[in-house]
Design a protein around this ligand. Structure first.
Ligand SMILES: C[S@@+](CC[C@H](N)C(=O)[O-])C[C@H]1O[C@@H](n2cnc3c(N)ncnc32)[C@H](O)[C@@H]1O
Length: 276
């Protein structure tokens, strides 16, 4: 499935869960926020900003003398981001297809869980590099290999028997959650895109969510490839899909306390050539 079609179909779920996702998914990008350490007055680009929560955080760090620009392929998510956060600038564009994102040159670029989803990651990362000033810095997160991220297939596999056909699963380096799980590929892609000082550092994080199995199941179903078939299903099939996902997610639940969902990431850092 083409990424543009996938994200157009996925957007309603991301928009619907945007507020809870901002809180629950924060650990997926926190290490990159810390590594980037945006200073007041800096200009920052948020690559694949989704519904804009991380762009708003970057804008707060950059302060009134700086700026944050969020770019995303999904027009619907960019519209949602503009409605949710009036401060930052949001641009609907394919990072792989544009020459540059307006609002640059940027001092820093941030990206949470996007680079492995690009059809041509070298082209996308080369655009990011062109948007940065000389000596500009990149900090991004991508998933490490599957076993550290059991929650990803759990929601999909639990829901799938109750839903219509899901899109084909990615193979090899095709865009998907684990396309940059190999740190050597990360190094190759960013070097080919013109970055220097590329590093990938492993981090294990934990997402937390309230003790509401139905709600947690729906949030995770709607973020992934089962989201579009879920929205087309009957209410009975949707309830069965939530039940199936909740059963496979139960190992992350402590009844009465809530969910603790481990996730294994790479923190990817790099710079553009030139003085820092
Ligand atoms: C897994 S979501 C992550 C969204 C957000 N960064 C977050 O962590 O909540 C991936 C995002 O990347 C966007 N995306 C995928 N391919 C893109 C491209 N070529 N150019 C710009 N955005 C893209 C999708 O539309 C989607 O919003």
């Amino acid at each position: 499935m083409e990424p543009a079609a996938f994200w157009q179909a996925a957007a309603p779920g991301w928009i619907r869960h945007a507020d809870r996702h901002d809180v629950r998914a924060r650990p997926l990008g926190e290490v990159a926020l810390r590594a980037l350490a945006v200073r007041p007055g800096e200009r920052v680009l948020d690559v694949g900003c989704g519904c804009g929560g991380t762009t708003a955080e970057l804008a707060a760090a950059a302060g009134p003398a700086g700026a944050a620009v969020g770019v995303d392929l999904s027009v619907a998510m960019i519209d949602a981001a503009r409605a949710r956060f009036p401060g930052p600038r949001f641009v609907a564009a394919d990072i792989e297809a544009v020459d540059a994102v307006p609002g640059g040159p940027f001092d820093a670029a941030y990206s949470r869980m996007v680079l492995m989803l690009l059809a041509d990651p070298v082209a996308g990362c080369a655009t990011v590099r062109r948007c940065l000033r000389p000596g500009g810095r990149l900090a991004a997160t991508v998933f490490r290999a599957g076993p550290g991220n059991a929650w990803l297939p759990a929601a999909m596999l639990g829901a799938a028997p109750h839903l219509g056909a899901l899109p084909p699963l990615p193979v090899g380096a095709e865009p998907g959650p684990f396309a940059l799980a190999d740190p050597e590929r990360i190094a190759r892609v960013l070097a080919a895109a013109g970055f220097t000082d590329v590093a990938a550092e492993p981090h294990d994080v934990v997402m937390t969510a309230p003790d509401d199995p139905d709600d947690v199941a729906e949030w995770l179903i709607e973020l992934g490839p089962a989201g579009a078939p879920y929205r087309q299903a009957t209410p009975d099939a949707q309830a069965a899909a939530r039940g199936g996902a909740a059963r496979l997610l139960a190992r992350f639940r402590e009844p009465g306390t809530g969910y603790r969902i481990p996730s294994a990431l790479w923190l990817v850092t790099a710079r553009t050539a030139g003085p820092a």
